[in-house]
Every structure is written in structure tokens, then in C-alpha cells.
Design a protein around this ligand. Structure first.
Ligand code: UD1
Length: 418
């Protein structure tokens, strides 16, 4: 397995172009199954999770042509209704086969989806919601099996906990259901709004995405169309933190700033000078070490759990003591034992990550165990005093397009080794 080698420390300075959003492209790719017409998606990121999803769609018989970041997709002649287990367990996104398969094929047999091992990640809210719409779903022998007798029927669903994945699954299925579906306590993440905008562009009737209540009036069928995948807000946040901990200066281009409030306010609190334009954001640390921040992760518009590991590195190398409370996933602490190997003064108390900032990280050999913890270890490697080796390159490739190349442009001495 390839490894990443970083020779630090480097002050990261320069410009970076942000890629399309992972968490918007994956549900939208699954939603393309809801129409037989041609779909064009622009700005799709070249990452492993997208590659696996494309393999999965191609396995069904969906025709897909790829020109750089533009994907032309048509699923008028789908010939298979099952997905090989190895693809399902390779990505969390495969959970979205549930809503789309039950709508399009009226049946599904799916292994348990994979993805990052950051907690139990149950699927009860997905199953409850789709069952309320009329699907009959059983979980047996590590498979989710389901069917729909006639047609899914609109209903009011109050989600017992906010779930991004379940909101999307229910919304996708309700789009072509009979009658009106109301989702209450829906997730408000920007990626929900994008999935709804994409479906509305195809002729769906969805109102309220991004709010507590989403209303979906079922339509008979969807047409084709073209959609631009928005920039990745977590990638933007990751590069901003990378520059902040290196006391550097960065300008992120091709990004969207109105979805970054909670991240930018914590960076400003840590001492960063932030400027924003229409599609760019810049950060300048003026060669100063950041100050620690206290954070509680929460559903959007709260602070994203997907930025917790990166801000842990910020607190580890900042002035002062900072605490991050992780409230979304119960096991999202994989980066902690690894960063301790680099000399970090950090402990976990219940779901709190308590850091005592130190000025220098030591080089070490560490293991990347999930996507965001991989990103955090790469950031740590860029500022450590010497050679850091990060084992298991796979996770970072799942969610960040060209991250090594982009960091190199910013000055990092980073490469892949065997
Ligand atoms: C999505 C994102 C992930 C992000 C997360 C929270 C994708 C591909 N992944 O994951 O990057 O970290 O949102 O912003 O978009 N839960 C249940 N039962 C369910 C579903 C969820 O108890 O049926 C719980 C989860 O265990 C977790 C919480 O609800 O504690 C939130 O999970 P959810 O929002 O569903 O996360 P994902 O959609 O898996």
C-alpha cells in the first residue's frame, strides 16, 4: 500500500482551486436513477467515492461518459437491479440506492453500506421514513431487503434525529411518490438544498430544502437536464486550516462562502484575518501562531463534524487550551492516538477532545484510519519538524481531489512513496 511522505515544516502560502463537493455529487449521482432522460453534471470531483459510485451505476447498465469533470449520464436501459457487495461496502453513499431503487425498480437487496468507521452509523431513520412511504423493508443476514407493492405514497414524516443521509433518501423517494410528503426535523445541510435543486431542475416539486420542514409534492416523472455541482465546503475549510496552522496565507478560489460561516468564525477567533469575495475566501495568519478555540460540532448551520479532526490539529498546535465536543459521531477520534505519536498533548474525556497547544509537532510514522482524520494527519505532517510518513493513502483519495498536488503548489514538500 502506498504511503504519503511529508518533509516539514512549511509555511503554506498561495492560491488553491476548490473542487466539486463530494457530499453533493454522491446523492445527486444516485438521484440520476430517478429519470430515464439524459443528465449532464459539471464540476464532479475526481475522487474514489465518485469512482465507486460510477462503477456501481455502470454495473446496473447506466451509460456514463466522462469528460474531465463533466459526466453525461443516462439510465434509460438499466439491466440489473443488484449491486455487488464489494461496491456497496466501499462507500457510505450506497445507502442512497435504497430510496432510488425502491422508487425506480420497486425492490432492493443491499449489503450494509461502508464508509468511514466513525461510529455505529445505524440506518433506522432511513428505514422508518421509507417504510412510512409504503415500502416493506426487512434487515436480515447483513442485508437490507425491500419492495414496494404498487407505488410509494406521500405522508408526514417526523424524523426522530437529524440525519443528512435519511433526509436525502426520503426526499429522493418522495419525489415520484403519489401525493405530498412532508419531512419535519429535516437536515439543513447545503448538500440537501443541492439535491433538491437538482431534482427540481428535472421537474420535481420540492419546497423548503434547507429548512426544518421540506414539502415534496409527488410528480409523475422527471426529465433530463444539466447541473453544476457546488464547491466542496469541507475541502475549503481543510485548506484554510492547513494555512492557519502553518502561520501562512492562502486564497481559495472557486468556492462558495455563504456556507462557511461556522468555520470562518472559528478561524477568525483563532486570530486569522479572513476576507471573502463572490467565489473566493482568503486567510492570512500574518506569520502568527493561531489561538486555541472551543467548538461543539452540530448539524448545519452548526459547526460541521467533518471539520472536527482538522480543528483538532489547530488546537494541538495553538497557543492555549481548547476543547472540541463531538456530538454527531461517537467514534470520531481515530486521529487522536496518531497525533499523540507526533508529540501532541491531547486527551479524550467522554466526547470532548481537550488539547494543550504546543509549538512544534514531532515527525513520526502514523496511520490514516478515516477520511477526515487522514486530512488532519496530512495537515499535521506539513508543519511537523521533519519527515512524517502517513500509512494508508486510500482514505484521503476517497474524498479530496488532488490534495497532494494542491498542497505542493502551496509549498508543501509532500509525495507518495511505496
Ligand atoms: C453525512 C455525510 C458525512 C457527515 C454527516 C454529518 C455524506 C456521504 N456523508 O453522513 O460526511 O459527517 O452527514 O454531517 O454526505 N443516525 C441514526 N440513524 C440513522 C441515520 C443516522 O441514528 O438512520 C445518526 C448517526 O449515527 C449520526 C447522526 O445520526 O450520529 C447523523 O448522521 P447522518 O447525518 O445520517 O450522517 P450521514 O448521512 O451518514
Amino acid at each position: 500500500m502506498n504511503k504519503i511522505m511529508i518533509n516539514g515544516p512549511t509555511m503554506l502560502n498561495g492560491d488553491v482551486k476548490i473542487s466539486g463537493s463530494k457530499n453533493a455529487s454522491l446523492p445527486i449521482l444516485f438521484a440520476t436513477l430517478l429519470t430515464k432522460e439524459k443528465i449532464i453534471l459539471n464540476n464532479v470531483p475526481n475522487i474514489k467515492d465518485v469512482e465507486i459510485t460510477i462503477k456501481l451505476l455502470k454495473h446496473l447498465g447506466v451509460k456514463i461518459k466522462i469528460y474531465k469533470s463533466t459526466y453525461i449520464i443516462q439510465s434509460n436501459k438499466v439491466s440489473k437491479y443488484s449491486i455487488p457487495n464489494n461496491l456497496v461496502i466501499s462507500t457510505r453513499a450506497s445507502i442512497w440506492a435504497l430510496g432510488t431503487f425502491l422508487t425506480r425498480f420497486k425492490k432492493i437487496k443491499l449489503a450494509f453500506p461502508g464508509g468511514c468507521n466513525i461510529g455505529l452509523r445505524p440506518i433506522d431513520i432511513h428505514i422508518e421514513g421509507l417504510s412510512k412511504l409504503g415500502a416493506i423493508i426487512k434487515v436480515k443476514d447483513d442485508f437490507i431487503q425491500g419492495y414496494v407493492k404498487k407505488k410509494l405514497k406521500g405522508v408526514c414524516i417526523i424524523m426522530k434525529k437529524i440525519s443528512v443521509g435519511a433526509t436525502i433518501n426520503i426526499m429522493n423517494a418522495a419525489t415520484l411518490a403519489e401525493g405530498t410528503t412532508i419531512i419535519k426535523n429535516a437536515a439543513k445541510e447545503p448538500e440537501i438544498i443541492d439535491t433538491a435543486n437538482f431534482l427540481n431542475m428535472l421537474g420535481a416539486n420540492i419546497e423548503g430544502a434547507g429548512n426544518y420542514k421540506i414539502t415534496i409534492k409527488g410528480v409523475k416523472n422527471l426529465k433530463g437536464g444539466s447541473y453544476n455541482i457546488p464547491p466542496d465546503r469541507i475541502e475549503t475549510g481543510t485548506f484554510l486550516v492547513a494555512a492557519a496552522i502553518s502561520k501562512g496565507k492562502i486564497k481559495c478560489h472557486n468556492t462558495k462562502t455563504d456556507v462557511l460561516d461556522s468555520i470562518l468564525s472559528k478561524l477568525e477567533e483563532s486570530g486569522a484575518k479572513i476576507k471573502i469575495g463572490i467565489n473566493w475566501v482568503s486567510l492570512d495568519m500574518k506569520c502568527q501562531r493561531p489561538k486555541s478555540v472551543n467548538i461543539i460540532t452540530a448539524p448545519y448551520p452548526g459547526f460541521p463534524t467533518d471539520m472536527q479532526a482538522q480543528f483538532t490539529i489547530l488546537n494541538i498546535t495553538s497557543q492555549g487550551k481548547g476543547t472540541i465536543k463531538e456530538t454527531i459521531f461517537e467514534n470520531r477520534f481515530m486521529h487522536i492516538p496518531e497525533i499523540i505519536k507526533m508529540g501532541a498533548k491531547v486527551k479524550i474525556k467522554k466526547n470532548n477532545i481537550i488539547c494543550d497547544g504546543i509549538s512544534n509537532l514531532l515527525p513520526s510514522e502514523v496511520i490514516a484510519k478515516d477520511l477526515r482524520s487522514s486530512a488532519s494527519l496530512i495537515l499535521a505532517g506539513c508543519i511537523a519538524q521533519g519527515k512524517t510518513i502517513i500509512n494508508n493513502i486510500y482514505h484521503i483519495q476517497r474524498g479530496y481531489e488532488n490534495i497532494l498536488y494542491k498542497l505542493k503548489i502551496l509549498g508543501a514538500n509532500i509525495k507518495i512513496i511505496k
